[in-house]
Write a new protein. Structure first.
Length: 427
């Protein structure tokens, strides 16, 4: 169309299952380039094509399944962003490929421009002189927060505990309540870090080529247990390995293997520990006991679970009772299950609640749960008799509550969608 919208003319029409994104001009203004996606039942395709404005046949430049965005530089290059392969699939980097003068094919091999972590690169745009690149960094990010629990049962103002621009999830406190173990993807994959309450920077604890998540302390607090697994490719269905490493550092040892989606807890000073594994074929969550030194001990029970749910649970400080949320269609309930007998009861929080995380208090007399509704997300405190009090609310999302063993602090993750424009000078 003209500059004032006059004379609109259709250039190309999508076929069934196709859509067009991100139209760009060629340097000479004679062609346009665009992203075309084609989706079928078992496969999808993402390509960059060009089309002459005067009419004619479109030409394919590149086929890139992980394509994010692109632009066409004045010196004849297609500059594009692409998602990295697993386990760094949350990272994007810039590449370029020269295009011949006719603009109908790439005339060389793609060349990597950047090797960054922690960025999504969308809506690429170059300045006219080609020296400045603008892009949008967008996506959800989980940040770790800590708030003080006061003597009156309230929660102080939360403060952001981790300052990296990556995902951070709390998982375990040291016995004195002064340091936190958490997992983070700040290095491109999930690793385990440790940080003191008064420290601004975390210390590396377990780094590896795979994914290391969910650090927990052994009953005697001399070991850190964690899951290790490989993501992507032929490894998606491979079991997770439960590892342990001395809390003072050292060589890791394997404890056992478990199904993907497994979780575990140990009560301080009480054995054995408890392991949960999803049995998706039968729609059950399977609980077993295990010993960090001897491995699996025995299967304890099977609970019917919603296949679409994401159950979260915690073990009481005395090791006698499990508190479970988001297990079945009753999203507003805390399910309490006795480890020894398997007897269960439910505590209702409220019909509008959708509970996503749960943590026992240090004294075993209440729970901290996270709740999401259509209007807000909140941290709730629920007493043994079912009394509910709202401790903190947010307009974003909150989860993974973790009460400290000294009863003084509560750690949790806040998830927010960020979308900000960035500029690279002297590109």
């Amino acid at each position: 169309m003209g500059a004032n919208g006059e004379g609109p003319r259709k250039l190309l029409e999508a076929a069934s299952g196709e859509r067009f994104l991100q139209v760009q001009w060629s340097p000479d203004g004679e062609r346009i380039a665009y992203i075309k996606t084609h989706t079928e039942t078992n496969r999808s395709e993402t390509v960059i094509e060009t089309l002459p404005l005067a009419g004619g046949v479109s030409a394919r430049i590149l086929t890139i399944p992980e394509l994010g965005s692109f632009c066409w530089s004045a010196d004849g290059r297609i500059i594009y962003s692409a998602q990295e392969a697993p386990p760094s699939q949350n990272d994007m980097n810039l590449w370029d490929v020269p295009v011949d003068r006719s603009g109908v094919k790439a005339s060389g091999r793609p060349r990597r421009i950047t090797s960054w972590v922690g960025l999504s690169l969308l809506d690429l745009s170059l300045s006219q002189d080609g020296k400045r690149l603008i892009f949008v960094k967008a996506g959800f990010q989980h940040d770790l927060y800590v708030a003080e629990l006061n003597n009156k049962g309230g929660l102080g103002a939360p403060r952001r505990f981790t300052l990296e621009g990556r995902n951070d999830l709390p998982s375990a406190w040291t016995p004195d309540g002064m340091r936190l173990f958490f997992c983070s993807d700040r290095a491109g994959n999930w690793d385990i870090f440790r940080q003191g309450l008064q420290e601004r920077r975390a210390q590396d604890f377990v780094l590896g080529s795979g994914q290391q998540i969910e650090p927990r302390l052994s009953p005697d607090a001399s070991w850190v247990l964690y899951w290790d697994y490989v993501e992507g490719g032929n490894e998606k269905s491979a079991p997770m390995r439960l590892m342990q490493i001395p809390i003072s550092g050292g060589a890791p040892e394997m404890v056992l293997q478990a199904a993907r989606g497994a979780s575990m807890r140990c009560a301080p000073g009480h054995s054995p520990c408890i392991l949960s594994e999803p049995d998706r074929k039968n729609g059950e969550l399977v609980f077993s006991s295990f010993d960090p030194q001897r491995g699996r001990v025995a299967e304890l029970m099977r609970l019917a679970a919603d296949p679409a749910g994401s159950p979260a649970w915690d073990l009481s400080p005395d090791g006698s009772t499990m508190a479970i949320v988001n297990l079945d269609e009753h999203k507003d309930q805390i399910r309490l299950v006795e480890v020894e007998s398997g007897s269960a009861r439910a505590v209702s929080v409220g019909h509008s609640a959708r509970l996503s995380g749960v943590s026992w208090s240090a004294d075993g007399k209440r729970w901290f749960v996270t709740n999401s509704s259509a209007r807000e997300a909140a941290i709730l405190q629920v007493s043994l008799n079912g009394a509910v009090s709202k401790l903190w609310t947010t307009s974003t999302s909150v989860g993974t509550p973790l009460a400290s063993p000294d009863g003084r602090n509560l750690a949790f993750a806040v998830s927010a969608y960020n979308s900000n424009a960035w500029i690279i000078e002297n590109f």
